[in-house]
Design a protein around this ligand. Structure first.
Ligand SMILES: Nc1nc2c(c(=O)[nH]1)N[C@H]1C(S)=C(S)[C@@H](COP(=O)(O)OP(=O)(O)OC[C@H]3O[C@@H](n4cnc5c(=O)[nH]c(N)nc54)[C@H](O)[C@@H]3O)O[C@H]1N2
Ligand SMILES: Nc1nc2c(c(=O)[nH]1)N[C@H]1C(S)=C(S)[C@@H](COP(=O)(O)OP(=O)(O)OC[C@H]3O[C@@H](n4cnc5c(=O)[nH]c(N)nc54)[C@H](O)[C@@H]3O)O[C@H]1N2
Ligand SMILES: [Mo]
Length: 722
């Protein structure tokens, strides 16, 4: 092989970097770096979960890393709010402007008038929650309740099982029945697919339970299509059949569970004929599914967060997670269920976040639920929110009920700081924009919620422009605010060591030095790992709780139950008359929430903001394939391209999210329609509980606006970058 002469001096290295995005897979990426520039990104083939491949989004990471949309310097707003007009300033000036404004607000209204807003734009522990939490805890700012994704399901699962862990995902190759229940791993957890496919090769059957015929449903042997928000009824119907036909595992129930007799009584209320009325799933199919589930062993249920995004989401997850115990699935390798592996990581988060700083204040600062951002900004509670500091999140796009959110961001008297990698819809509303690094440019430590490896990501290129990591931003701000605590001087390396401290046996030997060398290490857990080994469950009774006293005390039904969701035919008949379609808005294949949704290639692949409609509903409204439609409810309206197919049942609509507002027709995405109502548990988000009405867009839009829509896609370069 000959090397071109001008390339001979170029230094080429292969390094490893962790994918930081909010996804169960937390991949180890193999990165080629040539002369300080990343030239290639692939999946690391030595990593047992990444297995040498990446998802469609991260395969194109170079386009995002070196995008003209990257923010590289601090900037100050010079035009009207939301106009995106900024001028470059120095970090010193940006830090001073922020600190001065914060000091004024604290003097006039108190620190609670300052609201941090962050989520998991990066899951790196340092960037997600360390210096930032120290800073806002020390300040006494309003606390943010981070509910937007998983809190309802987590609480529901915990009532049954006692902790956020479950079946070792690597062990599911042994399962003979795998159920993707309210999750779409082909799109959202694609590194689970090799394990599912290996199980299939060994004879396993794959079942998907989902109101939307997802990419995973397409690959399944059996597809069950309940109405959104009705899975508790479906699971109870299965329980009724299993118990009535004596297919339950008496021995396991006796040794490992609590409350079976009460559950059996409850299940009697859910014969398949009644459940068919609630779920739309034929009674015969419920019977067959129940028999399949009770007789094929081991069986594994992959739960994730689709089910939990409903006003009854906590109870649905709680109920479905009772099924494995009924058939004794936990006692076989590869059997059981998995919502999240997150609880298996004993990282020392308190050392990172310093919650003890809160005791500096005369009382615990108020807490604001992040899904109520619009309300928090618009309702002038005492004290009103005067400053918003956004990082690791893009609320203008991702938060529900976005008309309210945008109206809040438009407030002239709101001081808004956004620390971002790219010029998001939210960043355009900022008074001060700060540049953030990508995973290629900073150090961070990772746990995961879909596997059991701790990972260290080390920078592989120098930071672009003047980007600064979240930790450094808050270090500097603490300095500018005069916060004297020495912990504000901890380096990123100190923080990694603190996160790994605490002498927990599953972290023994997993040191900073080892991770620097090896990048990843499996937690010290047996392989396969059964978190409930020996029939020990971290519930109050020490058993799997079919009946939960704790729930009763918290005001819930102590037994599994179907509660109609807040926006549904049964839950809100009057609303249903006006808005008869149940809209779900799950994850798009080519976007990750709002991340990657600015990339020309991903936008091209996702094509258009489609609304999937059933033929029956389309015909009723004289809507034909590919026509522009308007969907609306009391919260707002949004425009979509009709995609008419059997992917949804009659009465259900589906839009795969999330398109940015500015790439959406007339500037509004699906979250103008979604509800900011809280789920039954954990204050969780309810992105899949929405009623809407749909009509042809031409009925309400004048011809010139219609022409604008027709010309919108594919987006021109100017629209994409402007
Ligand atoms: N490509 C891609 N991957 C992602 C993400 C992304 O946006 N894009 N997001 C990441 C994040 S932050 C998360 S939390 C996870 C989320 O990933 P998932 O947990 O898979 O969550 P969703 O995409 O919200 O919903 C999954 C499925 O649940 C279905 N569903 C909705 N309501 C119901 C119901 O009532 N019953 C049943 N049975 N099913 C229902 C939806 O139709 C959808 O197909 O994925 C992560 N991975
Ligand atoms: N309709 C509807 N809405 C939804 C959902 C849905 O299913 N339907 N899903 C919901 C779910 S599950 C979630 S988790 C939320 C997610 O919502 P968000 O947490 O807002 O997630 P992203 O859209 O990925 O945006 C994260 C932002 O963080 C930025 N970022 C990345 N790394 C860094 C960093 O190191 N520093 C700083 N300062 N910024 C960084 C990225 O550039 C990106 O713009 O969205 C929710 N919204
Ligand atoms: Mo999420």
């Amino acid at each position: 092989m000959t090397i071109a002469p001008d390339r001979r001096s170029i230094k080429v290295e292969t390094r490893k970097v962790i994918c930081p995005h909010d996804c169960p897979d937390t991949c180890c990426m193999s990165v080629t770096v040539e002369d300080g520039r990343v030239t290639k990104v692939t999946g690391d083939d030595s990593h047992p979960f990444t297995q040498g491949f990446l998802c469609v989004k991260t395969n194109y990471y170079l386009e995002r890393l070196y995008s003209p949309q990257r923010i590289k310097y601090p900037m100050r707003r010079v035009g009207p709010k939301g106009s995106g007009q900024f001028e470059r300033i120095s970090w010193d000036e940006a830090t001073r402007l922020i600190a001065d404004r914060f000091k004024t607000i604290i003097a006039e209204d108190g620190a609670e008038a300052i609201l941090p807003y962050s989520y998991a734009g990066t899951m790196g522990l340092l960037s997600y929650a360390s210096m930032d939490r120290r800073f806002f805890n020390y300040m006494g700012a309003s606390q943010l309740d981070r509910t937007i994704c998983s809190t309802a399901g987590k609480e529901g699962y915990n009532f049954t099982m006692g902790g956020s862990f479950g079946t070792d995902p690597e062990s599911i190759v042994n399962a003979k029945l795998i159920i993707a229940w309210g999750t779409n791993p082909v799109s959202t957890n694609v590194h689970l697919m090799p394990f599912i496919n290996e199980a299939k090769k060994r004879g396993a059957r794959l079942v998907t339970v989902d109101p939307h015929k997802s990419k995973t449903a397409d690959q399944s042997d059996l597809y069950i299509q309940p109405y959104p928000g009705t899975d508790a009824a479906l699971a109870l119907g299965m329980m009724q059949v299993i118990i009535a036909e004596n297919l339950h595992d008496r021995e396991f129930i006796k040794s490992d569970t609590l409350g079976f007799d009460l559950l059996a009584e409850r299940a009697k209320e859910y014969p398949p004929e009644r459940v068919e009325q609630i779920t739309g799933v034929p009674a015969q199919q419920i019977r067959e599914f129940a028999r399949l589930y009770a007789t094929i062993k081991p069986s594994f249920i992959r739960l994730s967060y689709g089910l939990n995004r409903h006003t009854n989401g906590g109870m649905m997850v709680r109920t479905v997670s009772c099924l494995p115990a009924l058939v004794g699935a936990w006692s076989q390798v590869g059997g059981g269920a998995l919502l999240s592996t997150g609880g298996a990581f004993p990282l020392n988060r308190a050392a990172l976040e310093k919650p003890q700083f809160l005791s500096r204040h005369s009382r615990f600062p108020r807490t604001i639920n992040m899904i109520k951002l619009g309300e928090a900004l618009l309702d002038y509670k005492e004290p009103p929110v005067k400053a918003l500091f956004v990082y690791n999140s893009n609320p203008a796009v991702v938060a529900p009920n976005s008309r309210k959110v945008i109206a809040g961001l438009e407030r002239e008297d709101l001081f808004c700081v956004v620390h971002e990698q790219v010029m998001t819809d939210t960043a355009r509303y900022a008074d001060i924009v700060l540049p953030a690094p990508t995973t290629f440019e900073c150090l961070d430590l990772y746990a995961a919620y879909g596997h059991l490896y701790v990972q260290l990501s080390q920078p592989v290129i120098p930071p672009l422009g003047e980007v600064l990591a979240n930790t450094e931003v808050f270090r500097r701000l603490a300095g500018a605010m005069g916060y004297a605590d020495p912990s504000f001087e901890d380096s990123d390396e100190d923080l990694v060591r603190q996160a790994l401290s605490g002498n927990h046996p599953s972290l023994a030997g997993i040191t900073y030095e080892r991770l620097q060398k090896d990048t990843f290490a499996r937690l010290n857990l047996p392989q396969p790992y059964n978190p409930f080994e020996g029939g020990k469950y971290p519930t109050p009774s020490g058993k799997i709780e079919f009946y939960s006293e704790k729930m009763l005390r918290a005001g819930f039904d102590p037994l599994p139950v179907h509660n109609p969701s807040a926006e549904s035919a049964d839950g809100s008949p009057e609303l249903f008359e006006k808005y008869p379609l149940r809209l779900v808005t799950p994850a798009a294949h080519h976007f990750l929430n709002s991340s990657f949704a600015e990339m020309p290639t991903m936008l091209r692949k996702q094509q258009r903001p489609y609304l999937e409609l059933n033929e029956v509903d389309a015909r009723e409204r004289s809507i034909r394939q590919g026509q522009w439609v308007r969907a609306w409810n009391e919260r707002g309206e949004a425009y979509f391209v009709a995609d008419i197919k059997d992917s949804v049942g009659a009465g259900v609509a589906c839009h795969l999210s999330l398109w940015w507002q500015r790439y959406s027709p007339l500037g509004w995405n699906c979250n103008t329609l979604t509800s900011d109502a809280e789920a039954d548990m954990g204050g969780g988000a309810t992105f899949h509980t929405n009623l809407v009405q749909v009509e042809l867009a031409a009925l309400s839009l004048p011809p010139e606006k219609m022409a604008g829509l027709e010309n919108l896609y594919p987006l021109s370069e100017e629209v994409r970058l402007g």
